[in-house]
Design a protein around this ligand. Sequence first.
Ligand SMILES: Nc1nc2c(c(=O)[nH]1)N[C@H]1C(S)=C(S)[C@@H](COP(=O)(O)OP(=O)(O)OC[C@H]3O[C@@H](n4cnc5c(=O)[nH]c(N)nc54)[C@H](O)[C@@H]3O)O[C@H]1N2
Ligand SMILES: Nc1nc2c(c(=O)[nH]1)N[C@H]1C(S)=C(S)[C@@H](COP(=O)(O)OP(=O)(O)OC[C@H]3O[C@@H](n4cnc5c(=O)[nH]c(N)nc54)[C@H](O)[C@@H]3O)O[C@H]1N2
Ligand SMILES: [Mo]
Length: 788
Amino acid sequence: MSQQPLPLDDELGRGAPGRPAIGRGPNRGGEFSQRDDHAPSAGWGAARSVGRVLAEGRAPLKGPHAVLKMNHENGGFDCPGCAWPDDRNGLHLDICENGIKHVTWEMTRKRVDRAFFASHTVTELSGWSDFALEDQGRLTEPMSYDPATDTYVPISWSDAFALVGSTLRGLDSPHQASFYTSGRLSNEATFLYQLWVREFGTNNLPDCSNMCHEASGRALQAAIGTGKGTCDIDDWERADLLIVMAVNAASNAPRMLTALAEAHRRGAQIVHVNPLIEAASRRTIVPHEFVTMATFHATKTGTMNVQPRIGGDLALLRGVAKAVLERAATDPGAIDQQFVKNHTAYFESYRDQVAATPWEHLVEQSAVPEHEIRDLAERYLAASRTVISWCLGLTQQEHGVDTIREIVNLLLLRGNIGREGAGPSPIRGHSNVQGNRTCGIDNHPPAAFLDRLDEACGITSPRADGLDTVATIEAMRAGDVKVFVSMGGNFSMAAPDTEATFEALRNTDLTVQVSTKLNRSHLVHGRTALILPCLGRTEKDTQRGGEQGVSVEDSMSMVHLSYGMRKPASPQLLSECAILTGMARATLPNSATPWESYVEDYDRIRDTMATVLDGFEDFNRRVRMPLGFRIRQPARERVFLTESGRAEFCASPLPDVMPPVGKLMLSTVRSHDQWNTTVYSDDDRYRGVKNLRTLLFMNRTDMADRGLGEFDLIDITSFARDGSTRTVWGYRAIAYDIPVGNVIGYMPELNVLCGIADFSTQSDQPLMKHQIVSVVPAASAAHPQDPR
Ligand SMILES: Nc1nc2c(c(=O)[nH]1)N[C@H]1C(S)=C(S)[C@@H](COP(=O)(O)OP(=O)(O)OC[C@H]3O[C@@H](n4cnc5c(=O)[nH]c(N)nc54)[C@H](O)[C@@H]3O)O[C@H]1N2
Ligand SMILES: Nc1nc2c(c(=O)[nH]1)N[C@H]1C(S)=C(S)[C@@H](COP(=O)(O)OP(=O)(O)OC[C@H]3O[C@@H](n4cnc5c(=O)[nH]c(N)nc54)[C@H](O)[C@@H]3O)O[C@H]1N2
Ligand SMILES: [Mo]
């Protein structure tokens, strides 16, 4: 058994006045520290870290074996670590520290069985840290909540399905249920899921995308007619300028380091845009070299760092556009006149808008000096092929959609789309979050998709828009949604406003969590609750028709098959497709959909998908090609499915992103040693942090203004738009290289500060990187005894 977990201060993890707060990691105690650590990313630190995870997962032999199979071009399983594409130039192994950690976390030998549940009440487990919950190992059999004993007790699969079916059929309306998806779900399971939900009669299909890249999809859809990037990995290999915005690549997309190191070697410019100087902008030991341990020297992965304020990217990008347009007055070659004339719309209004925005505003709003903006513009003008990529630092903002449209504006000026080595390239998060949307998880689905679905599947889909993540929370709180089904994920921790989300989940009649590991979403449950354990990506999925593979789509629209090869963690686990089939049949006993036949052989699901989904023609054959296939992206061929038939410039007003006087702007991020809500340790290696998660990175000036010294205890209060405030107590101030007025701390801890009403009016995304806060010395900062 693992060590006795330390209790959380309170279930919401807000801490308490006068005491150091406790984070959601292991809280092993001991000294905490932070020092500037400019060691190259990956390398021996990564190797040690992997060794520790392998040892703790008690899988020292199986771990590396699985890793060697991971992302292999034939026969391996897709690494669930991130959505970065696999290397396509004959390099079979391009894996990373965090992918290994993520996989071995799933492969642990520890088990959460009925004996475990019998000996711990839900109330007791609620006091455990989130690390301790997941660290208990893999779930082994279906469980249902028993209010009499406050424990989870075993339930058979058929009874579990019957409970889901009868509860759903008992609702007054299908809209009283909501069906969440985390971005792990395979394309095949995704398709069955949305088919079940739509046949049942609702579009209430919230997903993690609503908190992740919704803004990217909307911006790209509006600008270029398809809501995805246009680049593939070859474009990254051919670009002579890579602008990497708003991502902590060394931790969250480590395989990107290979592309950056390679770009540096061939002399490309690599500009990192981030309020923090993150590890990927310095030096790296590229991931596959770290595994082979062959070459062991660091390579540079950046040529310029730009540090905008949080939310200042739109002003920065517009500054670059302004410099480019100014140059065009004397040098018409500064912009691609032919492209602008033949392929774009609304150039003039954009040009006028840029001209009307004075430099002082751009500098003030971006917090980047004019000479630096012009320096970046010079690099852009000098490049013939530019890729601009981005991740959450842009999307989880009020002005995320406008900012991403500004990226496209800038690219359009020089014809950097639809040709080799150029284009917009969002870095997706979960390994199949892009595939989930492609395959129908969408709470406001396009009518054309529903028409084809109905025709191919003989159902009548509802036409009204459904609820997204935030709206689902509100509806559960109001009692309008009574059943919550979650395919993967950890909704209670991932969602904004932890208190509101807990209240919402507890106000339902039934919560159903399809999961691999125990997490807090099993403890924050409805009046009835089910935990349905499923196979992980690494495990063999055997059905009547033999061993099944599932497909996923990466960040660059490549679809390929993934086969697990490990023995399932428990004989009672079912695949996600099988669980969906069971729930669907129990809900829709008279359904004409061939559920049982689908699950016998996933080729049958793929055959139906081929008739419904654009780009999936001949799915079964093409997905078996060694590297899979690329879904056609029309914008890549300069076919823009917009109303104008052209790529559209967007002249949005410049927003004011300055925090009010005396307040600070907070952005919440991941540490190096976590995977979303799964926290492996309390360290954040590349930012030099050891043993501390309840911290805030602050500018020294902001600390001095508040009379704060290094590691002083602070209380943080957020100010929501609806006038409400939320507080966490007992965090630590850490001086860091970050623009004045900006602070950064960790998710999921700081979700308690994100008010439920604070979502972007452009994307409906919660403002997880755009919170107005005050920071004050903790009431007891001078308190002599400090338990740590
Ligand atoms: N190991 C690991 N890999 C992961 C994940 C994980 O948790 N662990 N999560 C996966 C998922 S679901 C996703 S979506 C991705 C997330 O990948 P990231 O987007 O890297 O996630 P965050 O840690 O939230 O980091 C946001 C980055 O944006 C910067 N930033 C914050 N605010 C701003 C801003 O206003 N402007 C700019 N320019 N930058 C800003 C932060 O300093 C930080 O570097 O990673 C995926 N991969
Ligand atoms: N404050 C703040 N909040 C955020 C963010 C932020 O930057 N700041 N980021 C947001 C983003 S980008 C995202 S994507 C969301 C993530 O939100 P989610 O996707 O809901 O959360 P995860 O932590 O990725 O889910 C982890 C759980 O998934 C389950 N799981 C793992 N593998 C499998 C599998 O193969 N099948 C099934 N069925 N279950 C599995 C395990 O039980 C594990 O506990 O969080 C969002 N929340
Ligand atoms: Mo994400």
